[in-house]
Design a protein around this ligand. Structure first.
Ligand code: BTN
Length: 242
């Protein structure tokens, strides 16, 4: 089934029944000079995840990419991704579950991943030319069809959801947060499942283990380790048992 039409958002919307990757399609639109476009698909045949992983995107999910041209230095791009995580958590929550955000931008329910975000961009150091935020929500998909054992779907958690309403909430929340960027980190903190936890973050400089104490603009995680405080900007975070 096609993703339900009729969204109203401050973005132009391009719907697909099936597409390789909404991020790839949004990148093409970026090279054509477009902005404020959302590409949304029912199914992706070549969905992409972080760290060069594949992202399973069967029919029934919410697979979308926002093409934006924010006036921000490239170093601040993580802030947009954090906003997307907050907006996604809000949207998923509106479906009747209680999500938390795992740093930097996975949305979990009961410790299992229901959504992931992949941001791609181009620009000079002092300004972003375009930025594509790709958001995948395992909505009306069979959790058994998902490869990760630590993944789940809204359908498995609370039954079938109305995707149009979820996407509508997501886009409205995203537009609000981008209008008032000072709200992004406080909202992220309020929804975080990572802060206050013992974590192990797999970073390019090796693992960082300790208590996650705060988040710092534009999106770094502060971890108190045995050897003092570390500021982590990239990595895969795992929540450890207390
Ligand atoms: C992750 O690894 O957690 C990020 C997953 C991002 C998946 C979304 S689905 C819509 C958009 N298009 C893609 O090809 N990837 C992103």
């Amino acid at each position: 089934p096609a993703i339900e039409f009729g969204l109203e958002a401050p973005y132009e919307i391009e719907y697909h029944n099936s597409v390789g990757s909404t991020n790839q399609r949004a990148r093409e639109l970026a090279t054509e000079g477009a902005e404020n476009v959302v590409v949304v698909a029912d199914e992706q045949t070549g969905g992409r995840g972080r760290l060069e992983r594949e992202w399973a995107s069967p029919s029934g999910g919410i697979w979308l990419s926002l093409l934006l041209r924010p006036t921000l230095p490239t170093t601040h791009a993580p802030l947009v991704t954090m906003a997307a995580a907050v907006a996604t958590a809000e949207a998923v929550g509106s479906a009747g579950v209680e999500p938390t955000i795992k740093w930097p931008n996975d949305v979990l329910v009961d410790g299992k991943k229901v959504s992931g975000i992949l941001t791609e961009m181009e620009g000079e150091a002092d300004s972003i030319s375009w930025l594509v935020v790709g958001i995948g929500i395992n909505a009306n998909v069979d959790a058994d069809a998902l490869p990760e054992d630590r993944a789940t779907s809204l359908q498995a958690l609370c039954g079938e959801v109305e995707r149009r309403a979820v996407v509508q909430t997501l886009l409205e929340s995203m537009a609000d947060l981008l209008d008032d960027r000072d709200k992004i980190l406080p909202e992220w903190r309020a929804r975080s499942g990572t802060l206050g936890r013992r974590v192990s973050v797999d970073t390019p400089d090796g693992p960082v283990v300790g208590e996650a104490v705060d988040i710092e603009s534009p999106g770094a995680l502060l971890v108190d380790t045995e050897n003092g405080r570390r500021r982590v900007t990239v990595g895969d975070c795992e929540h450890l048992r207390p």
